[in-house]
Design a protein around this ligand. Structure first.
Ligand code: SAM
Length: 286
């Protein structure tokens, strides 16, 4: 393995700072700097880029981002022990790494960003990974403040993000991700790559915001996907009844067959449903 920087091996960092992995914080560390460099490269050109990283841990991915030329990394970490370890990385890259101690679900990252494009790159803590992704995908205004998201998930979650209609994994997450971004799985990472190894395979997903998603309100899209996938085995004429408008008229307005099920409807179909739902609520039947 070739060294990407002059800093000590991550195993030494973990030993010196006593970073025994805590399950409650979703701590599965990547120690192979070739692998972290592969994830960093997957995010796109980093030269001069500003990066937000969630959960830098002992700093493997952080070091790769900096070594590959990121102008600035803003890293949010909940575990104080890791914050101390990251101070050494900050010293090696003066003025380029800012570590914020806190919960990424609560920190307002905008307060730390400089004007210009931002990439989000993270080996996410699995317990909050989907919540964080949904938060980023729900950004308002759109196009959002980031130019890409390059994120590690459990393989099963990655499949739900990129799923196509007709597949078992297709659901609300795939509709939201597909509506607002182009999402793809870059590569899988075996459990053995992590310390400690998780039980399941992981995947790196790359999402690029669509500059111009099909127009509809996020809240309306959420309502229709919630209703449709809440009863995914039922036909739409049944599952959409929970919306409180006539399901028959809703389907007629969109031209979707009322015998179809949620998993057969593509993103354009759900956008059409969301728009028709908004129209019907604006002009309630006589
Ligand atoms: N990036 C490191 C790596 O690849 O080795 C660590 C990844 S580990 C899967 C997840 C990291 O997220 C841990 O360092 C953990 O302490 C941190 N973390 C967990 N929950 C967090 C939260 N709510 N906000 C910020 N960081 C969190």
């Amino acid at each position: 393995m070739t060294a990407i920087d002059e800093l000590p091996p991550l195993r030494d960092v973990i030993r010196r700072h006593e970073l025994s992995a805590q399950k409650s914080l979703g701590q599965n560390f990547l120690l192979d700097l070739n692998l972290t460099a592969r994830i960093a490269r997957g995010s796109g050109p980093l030269e001069g880029a500003q990066v937000v990283e969630v959960g830098p841990g002992p700093g493997g991915l952080t070091r790769a981002l900096l070594a590959l030329g990121a102008a600035r990394v803003v890293a949010i970490e909940r575990d104080r022990r890791c914050v101390a370890a990251l101070a050494e990385v900050a010293d090696a890259y003066p003025g380029r790494l800012q570590v914020i101690e806190g919960d990424a679900l609560k920190v307002d990252v905008h307060a730390y960003l400089e004007p210009g494009p931002v990439r989000v790159v993270a080996n996410l803590p699995y317990n909050v990974a989907t919540l964080l992704l949904v938060g980023w995908l729900s950004s308002d205004p759109w196009p959002p403040w980031f130019t890409s998201l390059t994120l590690m998930f459990q393989r099963e979650v990655a499949e739900r993000i990129v799923a196509a209609p007709g597949s078992k994994a297709y659901g609300r997450l795939a509709v939201l991700a597909g509506w607002r971004t182009q999402a793809k799985i870059l590569f899988d990472v075996a459990p053995s790559a992590f310390v400690p190894p998780p039980k399941v395979t992981s995947s790196v997903v790359h999402l690029v915001p669509r500059p111009d998603p099909m127009p509809c309100r996020l809240a309306d899209l959420e309502r229709v996907t919630e209703a449709a996938f809440g009863q995914r085995r039922k036909m739409l004429r049944q599952s959409l009844k929970s919306l409180g408008v006539s399901a028959g008229e809703l389907l007629e307005r969109t031209g979707l067959p009322e015998t179809e099920r949620a998993e057969e409807i593509d993103v354009a179909g759900f956008v059409a449903l969301a728009r028709a739902f908004a129209e019907m609520r604006a002009t309630p039947a006589g």
